[in-house]
Design a binder for this molecule. Structure first.
Ligand SMILES: CC(C)(COP(=O)(O)OP(=O)(O)OC[C@H]1O[C@@H](n2cnc3c(N)ncnc32)[C@H](O)[C@@H]1OP(=O)(O)O)[C@@H](O)C(=O)NCCC(=O)NCCS
Length: 155
């Protein structure tokens, strides 16, 4: 596996498609979430980030390995973090953390001061390491998976 990773804000249609491709691999194929729930009506209204690595077989293309999205709730200083996914082949390398950090940095420039997140219950320790706290302890089911509400103040 390459160590030449980068994270960019996804701005071209190709980059957005690469974000969706990572999500489909992780959420649809690995976690069995139906495709029609995975790509939703919020996607066109969200900011997306893409993590890639150098492709050793095709030098001019890069391998999409991770993604995250941010929805800025209109007329508020609240942003919703979602659809964080790192390809199984690239977990534990710090890409999940770097994607959250990239989102938070840009969120601040948008005037967002609070990040809200629905964490899959077993990902709670990951978010806690990044400074997120449980907002309320109620466990709820989203896309067939147990979740908990977490958040982080950026200011
Ligand atoms: C959750 C996920 C994004 C983490 O990505 P990652 O790139 O493997 O995470 P990182 O390597 O950046 O980990 C950062 C820290 O969190 C820890 N961590 C990562 N996943 C964890 C988990 N599931 N439980 C507890 N800690 C975890 C790491 O050990 C690391 O700790 P350290 O800084 O002390 O070394 C990834 O496992 C994933 O895509 N899972 C499937 C999709 C998913 O569940 N998304 C979240 C939906 S809420």
């Amino acid at each position: 596996m390459s160590t030449d990773y980068s994270i960019v804000k996804a701005e071209t249609p190709e980059q957005i498609q690469d974000c969706y491709a990572v999500r489909i691999n992780v959420f649809v194929h690995e976690q069995n979430i139906p495709l029609d729930l995975e790509i939703d009506e919020y996607d066109p209204k969200c900011y997306h980030w893409l993590a890639t690595a150098a492709n050793s077989t095709q030098r001019r293309s890069r391998l999409p390995l991770g993604t995250i999205r941010l929805y800025h709730v209109p007329n508020t200083s609240i942003g919703k973090l979602g659809r964080l996914a790192v390809d199984l082949s690239a977990r534990g390398l710090g890409l999940g953390r770097k994607l959250v950090e990239a989102l938070e940095k840009d969120a601040l420039t948008l005037g967002i001061t609070f990040i809200d997140c629905h964490s899959q219950i077993d990902k709670r320790p990951f978010y806690e390491k990044l400074g997120y706290h449980v907002i309320d302890g109620n466990i709820f089911v989203e896309d067939g998976i147990d979740h908990i509400k977490m958040g982080k103040s950026l200011s």
